[in-house]
Design a protein around this ligand. Structure first.
Ligand code: E4P
Length: 216
């Protein structure tokens, strides 16, 4: 399973990247806007810092604009980039054209089986359903992931699914039971999921007991 950090915050990237198991970072306009920096400068700084895939979401409204933007970002990074295309008709053409150049692509904001099928047909390397938002809308994110996996298996597509909008540990539990190709998780949720009250209590007890003997 590929694991990505859903952030453009350099400190957060550093703190997780040093663990050595990050496959890269995912960004989008909302994530980049949080850092209040020129976006392409920030992408290049992340590229210098990281050894992994950098996911960048195009903002162009036509296929030509999106393709030009995608090539610009791919050329500015030493790392492999994954170009994210919000699911639109224009962007299906962008996905095909960029995929044909050997640059990995991701159809994002995919919420239906038809969208998942057409993204795969356009040659998208990944699709990224937003699990939290599916659940927020009263749907079942895990059911949708399973439906997409079954559709891809039955129809012979090798497009990978990256789970996004991961909100809680239950999402990880459910995805681990069902299987997922990749996950992207925010720094806040990553930190939150690291902690367990029983682990913390056990650590306190170890420290207490060690303090009793460490100076004997
Ligand atoms: C993914 O690329 C998004 O940044 C993120 O997963 C959205 O999560 P949210 O629905 O909690 O905003």
């Amino acid at each position: 399973m590929e694991l990505y950090l859903d952030t453009a915050n350099l400190e957060h990237i550093d703190s997780v990247n040093k663990l050595g198991f990050l496959d890269g970072v995912t960004t989008n306009p909302t994530i980049l806007s949080k850092e209040e920096r020129p976006p392409f400068d920030l992408i290049q700084e992340i590229d210098r810092k990281l050894s992994g895939k950098i996911w960048y979401q195009v903002t162009g409204s036509t296929a030509d604009e999106a393709v030009e933007e995608a090539i610009k970002v791919a050329n500015m990074c030493h790392n492999k980039v994954v170009i994210k295309f919000p699911f639109t008709l224009e962007n299906l053409e962008g996905i095909r054209r960029i995929s044909q150049k050997g640059i990995e692509t991701n159809a994002t904001l995919v919420y239906s089986i038809p969208q998942a099928i057409f993204a795969a047909k356009a040659g998208s390397t990944y699709i990224s359903p937003y699990l939290g938002r599916i659940d927020d809308a009263g749907g079942s994110s895990i059911q949708f992931i399973n439906d997409v996996k079954q559709a891809y298996e039955n129809l012979g597509f090798d497009t990978k699914i990256i789970g996004a909008s991961i909100r809680n540990a239950q999402h990880l539990v459910d995805l681990s039971k069902n299987g997922i190709d990749a996950l992207t998780i925010s720094y806040g949720n990553f930190e939150k999921m690291l902690h367990n009250t029983m682990t913390d209590a056990g650590m306190e007890q170890f420290q207490e007991d060690w303090d009793k003997i460490k100076n004997l």
